[in-house]
Design a protein around this ligand. Structure first.
Ligand code: ADP
Ligand code: F6P
Length: 323
């Protein structure tokens, strides 16, 4: 008797990120090329629990590689955090004949993927988040696009800041991580960069602005990661202490949208391809990622226990060249 055709599911979960569509496309195309069936699951784990899914073919992923967001929609599914939710999802997989699952998302989504793997449905995670805050990988899908979007926006803020001799205090995304802030801060010539990984003192920020002003600088960008927050208060304190008119800007969700950059489209395609190879080989409970530009994969528990060092050397460079 011929082997049963393998069927895999693909879903996007947690916060969306530009490049998720490129990953979905590559999963679908790679799997079909290898002779598998692919089911697209809607709204993250919700779709697995409710059976909201659609069979994918080569053409269902046409014309999406360049689009931001996710055609599969995404969600934060609280029910899936409970054992009962995972069991319902497992039942759907058995009923639908799903033998393996690709989960595109962040750490939370991978915890869910580990739970489902434990229940006998092999899952492979692809890191998709603008924050780049997943420890097992140097790079997450969406990060480059988000940074470029933030950079363009900050450049615009800078134009008006320059015209008015002002200080602009700009918040970029990153609840737990300062990677976007650090890199866009360097790229936009921020005087100070405040990140959740490092303590800061407002007195030191003010001192740096005063020193830079003595050196002839007339307008200032202070870049603040969302996890530090308080941009209105920071702007007020700077204005009071220096007399420099200051304004706060929160860039917000503009950073999560938009057409993915080359880097995100290519990274998504590479990671998706490896994820499909793993499932094709019957291997689950893995997360794929990049280490020094090589595609690698880890056991999910191992991946979740890893720690990523904040690039302090880069932070110090930023500080030294921002007067
Ligand atoms: P991200 O994947 O971006 O970190 P979340 O933390 O919101 O985003 O997680 C996305 C989804 O993953 C959650 O809504 C839930 O369905 C699932 N999830 C999160 N944490 C767990 C957990 N501890 N156990 C099982 N599933 C989880
Ligand atoms: O994880 C990506 C991210 O954009 C974080 O930087 C931000 O804190 C969070 O998602 C916001 O999520 P949402 O507005 O979708 O709840």
């Amino acid at each position: 008797m011929a082997d049963k055709q393998k069927t895999i599911g693909v879903l996007t979960s947690g916060g969306d990120a530009p490049g998720m569509n490129a990953a979905v496309r590559a999963v679908v195309r790679a799997a079909i090329k290898k002779g598998m069936r692919v089911i697209g699951i809607k709204r993250g784990y919700n779709g697995l629990i409710n059976g909201d899914m659609v069979e994918m073919n080569m053409r269902s992923v046409s014309d999406i590689i360049q689009r931001g967001g996710t055609v599969l929609y995404t969600a934060r599914c609280l029910e899936f955090k409970e054992e009962a939710g995972v069991l319902k999802a497992k039942e759907t997989c058995i009923k639908t004949g799903i033998d393996g699952l690709v989960v595109i998302g962040g750490d939370g989504s991978f915890r869910g993927a580990a739970d489902l793997s434990r229940h006998g449905i092999p899952c492979v995670g692809i890191p998709g988040t603008i924050d780049n805050d997943i420890s097992c990988t140097d790079y997450t899908v969406g990060y480059d696009t988000a940074m470029n979007t933030a950079m363009e926006m900050i450049d615009k803020v800078r134009d008006t800041s320059q015209s008015h001799d002002r200080c602009s205090v700009v918040e970029v995304m990153g609840r737990r991580a300062g990677y976007i802030a650090l890199n866009t801060g360097i790229a936009c010539g921020a005087t100070c960069i405040l990140v959740p990984e490092l303590e800061y003192k407002i007195e030191e920020v003010i001192e740096k602005i005063k020193t830079a002003r003595k050196l002839g600088k007339q307008n200032f960008i202070i870049l603040v990661a969302e996890g530090v927050g308080g941009v209105n208060e920071i702007a007020k304190q700077i204005e009071e202490a220096t007399g420099i008119e200051s304004r706060a800007t929160i860039l917000g969700h503009v950073q999560r949208g938009g057409n993915p950059t080359v880097r995100d489209r290519v990274a998504a395609s590479q990671l998706a391809y490896r994820a499909v190879e793993l499932l094709d080989g019957g291997i689950g409970n893995r997360v794929v990622g990049f280490q020094k530009d090589e595609v690698v994969d880890f056991d999910i528990q191992e991946a979740l226990s890893m720690k990523k060092e904040f690039p302090i050397d880069l932070y110090n460079i930023a500080n030294d060249i921002s007067f």
